[in-house]
Design a protein around this ligand. Structure first.
Ligand code: GCU
Length: 668
């Protein structure tokens, strides 16, 4: 049972259906390797054999002289894009042709996925090319073993200021990542503290190399988060000024040494001038100067510098209604477009605030025409119930990717910008903050595995639907019983909406407890130094971000979106309070007043969790006890928490507004 959860979606359960077995068997007797083997191909073959022996009790023989006419044939074709592959099947032969060893590994996982889903192979003809070239994961792991915003136990890389010696978990993780097409990652937190600053020094470089080697075997490139002020922090210099000769020399030397020891390192990820982290602003320099200095240092080795755009004033004064955190990324980085080195990439969070349940898309996306960029999501549910609540995130991310920025006229969608197609970027892709830790099931909540799986699948192919992704995952994770599949689908599909219903309404966000960000605290940030406001009073609520009377944030969008958001008439209900301050009696497009909407959604959200529980209970004899019990416990906590949210929000707004619920339900 422990293993079941640990294996996540790579269950490879024995196949009982003999009819299916007989149809697949011809393809799986032998594998003919018509290419030069390397460690990635070796891992692909191991995976193939593992899968087959477990599902079919077959020991697939590996034939390296290409002389079989049945079974799987592996070939390379240099003309294919690096990660692309083609699968073609006759009645008894399946040919997998890939653009690289990594593509072969992806192709093997693809076939295993098809078999786990009981698809037929005969006649198959599939070409897969990932939409995004770089598909990355960021860990926020600290070397003391804790994980910032980690909800699945401690780090499996570090403990007690050391790398964990037993690397089995890292291998298993690399396997999970590559099975969904992830090809890059950072292993340490963007907040780089004292000890982690030494990751680029001999204190840890051999461990860094060993870890990087493990990921390389699965086609994954490892990067490090670095401390912008490393020269000062390490006591080498008294400045980190990017234009200072000694600073330039420090990074030149550091990069050379790092790449001598770890030649395959991808590069550095940097959080600078953000939430009290050091950066170029300290020295009166801008972010292009800071990033380019590092970019030049790693350039000789093919390294990249990923520079985060999460730069904002975290001490906004409530009296100042013009400063607006939402404006910050655009205000800081738009003017620098075109000034960054070719190997520098700007990493932009999906929304202008911070991974809230509902935010508009960051207006910076689509505005950088001459700069490489990554889009950043968060798989960890920092503000979305911290993996104690069931929230399926793919529907939210799909809205982001499908959003039309109008950057180059109609139909300039986020997915085509971040893939590099719209502005023809050399380097492009998507990254996300991971939700895994040392917990026996990787993600704390077993169903949170779906967000990990789904992230990989979605950024490989953003045109997959949320339903398709969930179905794939459920079949591989929980098997083929139709009732089980249908029931879990009913639980996951509306779960984001449910969470939104019982938490902060209409795009306003926050209303969580300060610093740990769990549970309701409506005025937590309202009266905190870390100013993030909703401005609720007895008359109304919302942040005026219009050009006409507010912070002018709407002006950061192209005309179509600017006008849509600027006008209270056209602004979509779900974002109304993000853009406008309105009275509680304002009537939404739905026909309800804001206050009645708040009451109704908060009751509905709790009912939706009750339905989830009833659904899950009905699977008691379908799912193994450990997983069933575990999810059940989390759901019952979720219900408790949803009620706490409902009651806190409803009481608060009833007392502020003095307007009663039309349905006269209980409000404390
Ligand atoms: C959020 C989060 C922090 C994190 C930061 C970031 O604010 O709460 O823990 O460091 O994002 O993305 O850098």
């Amino acid at each position: 049972e422990k293993l079941t959860s640990y294996r996540a979606w790579l269950q490879y359960e024995q196949i009982e259906n003999q009819d299916y077995v007989s149809k697949i068997k011809p393809f799986v007797q032998h594998v003919a390797v018509d290419l030069a083997c390397d460690e990635i191909i070796d891992n692909a073959l191991i995976e193939w054999q593992t899968g087959l022996s477990s599902m079919f009790q077959i020991n697939a023989s590996i034939i390296k002289d290409g002389s079989v006419d049945k079974g799987l044939v592996l070939k390379l074709d240099q003309d294919y894009q690096e990660d692309a592959y083609v699968l073609r099947a006759s009645d008894d032969q399946l040919i997998l042709t890939g653009g690289s060893s990594r593509a072969i590994l992806y192709g093997v996982f693809h076939i295993l996925r098809l078999i786990q889903r009981r698809a037929l192979l005969a006649g198959l003809s599939i070409k897969e090319t990932p939409k995004n070239k770089i598909r990355m994961i960021n860990h926020w792991d600290d070397m003391n073993g804790s994980v910032e915003r980690g909800y699945a136990g401690k780090s499996f890389f570090f403990d007690d200021y050391q790398f964990i010696k037993d690397r089995q978990r890292v291998y298993d993780y690399a396997r999970l990542l590559s099975s969904v097409g992830i090809n890059a990652l950072t292993i340490n937190n963007v907040n780089v503290h004292r000890i982690e600053t030494e990751l680029v020094t001999d204190t840890f470089l051999s461990d860094v190399k060993q870890t990087s080697d493990i990921f390389n075997q699965y086609g994954i490139t490892m990067y490090l988060s670095i401390n912008y002020a490393a020269p000062v922090e390490l006591g080498v210099l008294t400045t980190a000024d990017p234009l200072d000769e000694d600073v330039i020399a420090f990074w030149g030397k550091t990069a050379k040494h790092v790449y001598d020891v770890v030649p395959n390192l991808g590069g550095f990820l940097v959080k600078a001038d953000s939430e009290n982290r050091p950066g170029p602003f300290t020295y009166g320099r801008d972010h292009a100067q800071g990033a380019n200095m590092l970019g030049k240092a790693v350039e000789p080795y093919g390294g990249k510098v990923i520079w985060r755009c999460f730069v904002y004033n975290n001490k906004q004064d409530w009296r100042d209604r013009k400063t607006d955190r939402a404006r910050a990324a655009y205000d800081h980085f738009k003017p620098l477009d075109g000034e960054f080195n070719d190997n520098v990439i700007l990493q932009i969070k999906n929304g202008p605030m911070d991974f809230q349940v509902r935010e508009p898309v960051s207006p910076l996306i689509g505005e950088l025409e001459n700069t490489n960029q990554f889009l950043e999501f968060q798989i960890a549910q920092e503000y979305l119930g911290q993996q104690r609540h069931l929230v399926y995130l793919i529907p939210q991310w799909k809205e982001v990717l499908e959003f039309d920025t109008y950057a180059k006229g109609e139909n300039t969608k986020v997915k085509d910008i971040v893939s590099g197609e719209v502005f023809d970027n050399k380097i492009a892709g998507i990254v996300a903050v991971t939700n895994v830790g040392i917990d026996y099931n990787w993600t704390g909540h077993t169903i949170a595995q779906l967000n990990f799986y789904g992230y990989g699948r979605l950024i490989w192919n953003p045109d997959l639907t949320s339903e398709e992704i969930a179905l794939e995952w459920i079949k591989q994770t929980f098997g083929h019983d139709p009732k089980t599949i249908e029931t879990i689908m009913k639980m996951v599909m509306p779960s984001w909406e449910a969470y939104e219903n019982y938490t902060s309404p209409l795009g306003i966000g926050w209303m969580v407890n300060v610093s740990h960000h769990y549970g309701p605290n409506i005025d937590g940030y309202e009266y905190d130094m870390w100013g993030t406001y909703h401005f609720a009073d007895r008359n109304g609520i919302g942040v005026d971000r219009t050009i006409a009377t507010g912070t002018g944030y709407t002006g950061q969008y192209h005309a179509e979106n600017r006008d849509l958001y600027e006008s209270i008439e056209t602004c979509p209900d779900e974002l109304l309070l993000f853009f406008h301050h309105v009275p509680y009696t304002h009537v939404l497009k739905s026909g309800k007043t804001v206050i009645q909407h708040i009451y109704d959604t908060h009751h509905k959200g709790v009912e939706q969790v009750e339905e989830m529980i009833a659904n899950w209970d009905s699977l008691a004899d379908k799912v193994d006890e450990r997983r069933h019990q575990d999810v059940k416990e989390r759901l019952s906590h979720q219900l408790w928490s949803a009620k706490e949210w409902r009651d806190t929000i409803n009481s608060y707004f009833y007392r502020k507004s003095g307007i009663a619920d039309e349905q006269n339900r209980k409000i404390y």
